[in-house]
Write a protein that binds this ligand. Structure first.
Ligand code: FAD
Ligand code: NAI
Length: 467
């Protein structure tokens, strides 16, 4: 029976990073993955294919609708959905192959199959090629990720009623796409098909989109998306989707109760959140405890209720983000190798890759109010940033939240061009406990979008210059 220091079940960003780091630290490591390719949800059907389509659709929209204002005449730009999808598939393949290469390079044994925890230190892998293998290890890591949340009355067929996976592979631009859920997936994928020519209606249960985000940013985000042509039905619940006819009939009703109605659609995207995926792992037999939301319960070192069994990524508490899973993967590897890493859950950025992008880190204004923390706000609009004005992407603002007494940065919320890049500066600043004055006194190149961060910091600790 093959014996290892660590066996990781699942090769998403949590699992594959953990495996590579374990091997780099001298631990004998195997990684069991059920999917045909490595990289998990993120590389195969998540972050990467969605960003590939976001970029292609952005280029189309720019060429078709924005070139003219720059004095560029590019008539006759058309959309070839099949080619766009093929490009996206090529990007995914190159990256998933890349993980295979990294496994080889770092001597991680790749076991193609489905893993089940059999008992203390024992994993059985039902091999994709047939048969099974029993593997022994000192440590077992559960990194099995998450899956789309289902909704009663909505039967996903991945053709007309799709999850985040089916929406990546539509064969043509739908006339009317109805999105259930105004969160990350709904708004990113809604944006893709809106740009390509679909009418898009987002049905959201709450009275706002992107819950959890700073409310001021959410409201501005919704206004900008509306200006782009997206329609919102807030405070509305979906009661079911009738797929018996040629067109889909989406049953809707006010969340607080009231008259029911229907919306006709060609495609419906169900994107109301994700839930931990633990099926077939044999957790009950192994005695691994789950929390009230079906996630694997872990302590601050990712240890589960069973000695020698650990869990990381989407399958445990915390934001369901690839970079959070990656940090947990490498931190766990370091714990297993006897080191003392640290991850600050207050400093995990989140980015929505629409145009403009929306990025957030740390506390929102609502959270600071609720916690009774004295804070000050430094805000700066991109309309006053010279670089944003020269490219023409000047919607949005940078908002910094700082401690009223110490000036320490507690949160940043950015809606605007390259917000996902700009947030990294604040992440580093927060990691080092920086104040708004520290950011403001750092020399930023001109003309750059980063100057909007500096100006927001100036606004927080004294006064901005350019507004
Ligand atoms: P996963 O990536 O889900 O990987 C788990 C792996 O475990 C899977 O490959 C699965 O096949 C395997 N597995 C499960 N059970 C078994 C078993 N018993 N045996 C063997 N293998 C098993 N996050 C971001 O940070 N940025 C983004 O831009 C972003 N975009 C997204 C877009 C979409 C459409 C979706 C759906 C998600 C997106 N996410 C994004 C979220 C991100 O994909 C997840 O947070 C991340 O993939 C979680 O990593 P993980 O390693 O925990 O799990
Ligand atoms: P989400 O949690 O971001 O948004 C779900 C939305 O659906 C919420 O606004 C919620 O109020 C709403 N909702 C819930 N039940 C509903 C119902 N019955 N009817 C109507 N609306 C309902 O979840 P989403 O968009 O499915 O994405 C899942 C996760 O994947 C994200 O939370 C994020 O962690 C990750 N992700 C990250 C991305 C990124 O980093 N750019 C991109 C895509 C996904």
């Amino acid at each position: 029976m093959a014996s290892y220091d660590v066996i990781i079940i699942g090769a998403g960003p949590g699992g594959y990073v953990c495996a590579i780091r374990c091997a780099q630290l001298g631990l004998k490591t195997a990684c069991v993955e059920a999917r045909e390719t490595l990289g998990g949800t993120c590389l195969n059907v998540g972050c990467i294919p969605s960003k590939a389509l976001l970029h292609s659709s952005h280029l189309y929209e720019t060429a078709a609708h924005k070139f003219a204002e720059h004095g560029l005449n590019a008539g006759g730009v058309t959309v070839d959905v099949a080619k766009m999808r093929a490009r996206k598939d090529g990007v995914v393949k190159s990256l998933t192959d890349g993980i295979k290469f990294l496994f080889k390079k770092n001597k991680v044994e790749y076991v193609e199959g489905t893993g089940t925890i059999k008992g203390k230190g024992e994993v059985e892998a039902a091999l994709t090629a047939g048969g099974s293998r029993t593997l022994k290890a000192k440590a077992i890591v559960i990194a099995t990720g998450s899956e789309s949340m289902p909704l009663k009355g909505v039967e996903v067929d991945e053709k007309r009623v799709v999850s985040s996976t089916g929406i990546l592979d539509l064969e043509k631009v739908p006339e009317h796409l109805v999105v259930i859920g105004g969160g990350y997936i709904g708004l990113e994928m809604g944006t893709v098909w809106l740009r390509l020519g679909a009418k898009v209606t987002v049905v959201e249960f709450l009275e706002r989109i992107t819950p959890g985000m700073d409310l001021e940013v959410s409201k501005q985000f919704q206004r900008i998306l509306q200006k782009q042509g997206m329609t919102f039905r807030l405070g509305t619940k979906v009661t079911g989707v009738d797929a018996s006819g040629e067109r889909l009939k989406v049953g809707v009703e006010p969340a607080k109760g009231g008259d029911a109605g229907t919306i006709e659609a060609d495609v419906v995207l169900l994107a109301i959140g994700r839930r931990a995926y633990t099926q077939g792992l044999g957790l009950e037999n192994a005695g691994v405890k789950l929390d009230e939301r079906g996630r694997v319960e872990v302590d601050e070192r990712f240890a589960t209720s069973v000695e020698g069994v650990y869990a990381i990524g989407d399958v445990i508490r915390g934001p369901m983000l690839a970079h959070k899973a990656e940090e947990e993967g490498s931190n766990l590897a370091e714990y297993l190798a006897g080191q003392k890493p640290h991850l600050d859950y207050d400093i995990i950025p989140g980015v929505v890759y629409t145009a403009p992008e929306v990025a957030a880190i740390g506390k929102t204004e609502e959270q600071l109010k609720e916690a009774g923390v004295g804070y000050k706000v430094g805000k700066f609009p991109f309309s006053a940033n010279s670089r944003a004005r020269s490219t023409g992407d000047s919607d949005g603002f940078v908002k910094l939240l700082c401690d009223a007494k110490t000036d320490r940065v507690l949160g940043a919320h950015i809606i605007g061009p390259e917000a996902g890049v700009l947030i990294a500066e604040v992440a580093l600043a927060m990691e080092y406990g920086a104040s708004a004055e520290d950011i403001a006194r750092t020399c930023h190149a001109h003309p750059t979008l980063e100057e909007a961060v500096k100006e927001a910091a100036l606004a927080a600790y004294f006064k901005p210059i350019h507004i």
